[in-house]
Each structure stands twice: as C-alpha cells, then as structure tokens.
Design a protein around this ligand. Structure first.
Ligand code: NAP
Length: 278
C-alpha cells in the first residue's frame, strides 16, 4: 500500500490503518470476540494496512491486548499507535500509562503515543515533559495528539521542545468536515499528519441514504467500480496530510476498506463530493 510521511518525521505510514474502538470490548473488557478480531486485524495486516490505532481506554486496555495477539510474530513491521487518556496526563501518570500500554501490547516501544483528549486542568507542558522523556528512553518513537484544536496543537507543539509533534487524530469524513475550517489548513502548512477517525461515519456512509448527496456518491462509486465506503475513504486520503483508520471486524469490510487505496479520485470528482456533502 502507498505510504505517506508521518509529519516531518521521515517515517512513512500506510494511507490506511486499522481502528480498534470496539475490539476487545467498548468501555469494558469483552473476551468473546477476540478470535474474530485477531483474524480481522491479521487480514488487515496482510492487505498492507500495517498501522494499528488503539488506546489505553479501549475496553479498559483489553483492545491493546488483542492488538498484541494480532502482531505477535511481526511487531517490527507494524506501526502501532496508542493513546494516553485525558485523566492520565500528569507527568507521573503519563509514564505509568506508557509502561502499562507497553506491557499489554507486549512490546518495548510504541511507534506513536497520542494524547487522547486535551485536559485543561493539567498543563500541556507537564504532559509533554513526560513525552520527551519517553522518547529519550526509546519507549516512544513519535508523539501526537488527538481531538486538539489549532490553538491547543500549537501549545502542545511548543511544549514538546525536543521532538516534533507529528500528528493530530480527529474526526473526519464526508459527514463531518468541521476540521476543514482551521485544522486541516494548519496541518497542511505545518506538515503535520491528520489521522482521520470515524472515516466511514461509524458505518453510516456504507449504509447510504435517499437524498441527492448519496446519489452523487453512488454515481461516482459506480464510475470507478468502487463502493461508497471506498470512495469516502479515498476522498480522505487523497488530501496531502490525511491518513484514515477505519475499524472493521467483518472480513468483507476489511477487504473492502483496503480497496480504498491504490487508485485516485479525479479532482473533478473530489469537488463534486465536496459540494454534495457540504
Ligand atoms: N481519537 C479519538 O477520540 C477517536 C474517536 C473515535 C474513533 N477513534 C479511532 O478511529 C477508529 C475508527 O473510527 P470508528 O470506529 O469510530 O468508526 P468507523 O471506522 O467510521 O466505523 C466503524 C463501523 O463501520 C463499520 N464498517 C467499517 N468498514 C465498513 C465497510 N466497508 N462497509 C460497511 N461497514 C463498515 C464497522 O463494522 P464491523 O466492525 O462490523 O466490520 C463498524 O461498525 C476507531 O476504531 C478508533 O481506533 C478515535
């Protein structure tokens, strides 16, 4: 699969990664679907989506344990991103959360460690001091944020004195284009990656609808011999700073999502989707 540079790091990541919210459970641990989830993640890796996004809060850490099972024999060739929760952003808590994630992921390093949500009651400089230390110790390769505004991203960037802040993970899809006002232009200018979450709008885009915008999407999809989901994902990843992390446990969904890369919507079709989904 084609890759893009992660921020200004020089490291390349695939245009499409694998989301894991709901894998291993949602807000509590659920073990019943683990085998199915491992199969889905392994298929995603086989199809070259060699980038997995997880978080300490997903299934209270069990999502990270499922990821560990999926990558166990090929850790070095998978890019693993995880997140520290908003309530754990003090210096000591970041260090502790990182150790716990490393254990659950059964790895000695995290490729991308992200601040999951901003927490106004803890100075970002304190959080980033811990991130600097984790990078210096080799436990974290790159640092990112998630759900940060432009102003918060700037502050985080300044606070992370020794490293580049490489990414901001935010909601972005045909159905939620709010980042286009400020954050996307900022990321373009700063060469920061945007990791688009809920890129198929939690299943809404593949389901479609009856009004005109869906007709535009379906017509474009038919022209390329692709599905709605594939067009919606391609519309994201054709934008310079953007990579996307659809989550899927159904194997046909995983395959379909992998087929969103390797081709490119024309400029004209991108504009047609822009105006249909305004
Ligand atoms: N940083 C944050 O605050 C934050 C917030 C939300 C999400 N995220 C991350 O972003 C990832 C993706 O977002 P998301 O899980 O919210 O939403 P999503 O990827 O837009 O949608 C996932 C849902 O869509 C279904 N689906 C996926 N591909 C499909 C396809 N080709 N056809 C039909 N249905 C399809 C999945 O079904 P099946 O699973 O049944 O296949 C699942 O129900 C998360 O898993 C998580 O890693 C981060």
């Amino acid at each position: 699969m084609d890759c893009k540079e992660l921020g200004k790091s020089g490291v390349k990541i695939p245009l499409l990664g694998l989301g894991t919210w709901g894998i291993g459970g949602f807000s509590s641990k659920h073990f019943g679907g683990d085998d199915e989830a491992v199969r889905a993640l392994r298929l995603g890796l086989e199809l070259e989506m060699r980038f997995i996004d997880t978080a300490e809060m997903y299934a209270r850490g069990h999502s990270e344990e499922v990821v560990a099972r999926a990558v166990v024999t090929e850790r070095e060739s998978v890019f693993i991103a995880t997140k520290v929760s908003a309530e754990n952003l003090s210096y000591e808590h970041v260090l502790r959360s990182c150790e716990s994630s490393l254990k659950r992921l059964q790895t000695s390093y995290i490729d991308l460690y992200q601040v999951h949500w901003p927490n106004p009651s803890i100075p970002i400089a304190e959080t980033m001091r811990a991130m600097n230390r984790l990078v210096a110790e080799g436990k974290v390769r790159h640092v990112g944020v998630s759900n940060f505004s432009v102003q918060q991203t700037r502050e985080a960037q300044t606070a992370l004195s020794r490293e580049e802040l490489v990414s901001n993970q935010v909601e972005y899809s045909l159905l939620d284009r709010s980042i286009e006002a400020e954050l996307l232009p900022f990321a373009e200018k700063e060469h920061m990656s945007i990791i688009a979450y809920s890129p198929v709008a939690r299943g809404q885009i593949p389901r479609g609808g009856g009004d005109r915008r869906w007709q535009v999407l379906e017509k474009i999809a038919a022209k390329y011999g692709k599905t709605n989901a594939q067009v919606a994902l391609n519309w994201l990843i054709v934008k310079d700073p953007v990579v996307a992390i659809p989550k899927a446990v159904r194997l046909d969904h995983v395959k379909e999502n992998a087929g969103a890369a390797g081709w490119k919507l024309t400029q004209e079709d991108q504009v047609a989707l822009d105006s249909a989904f305004k």
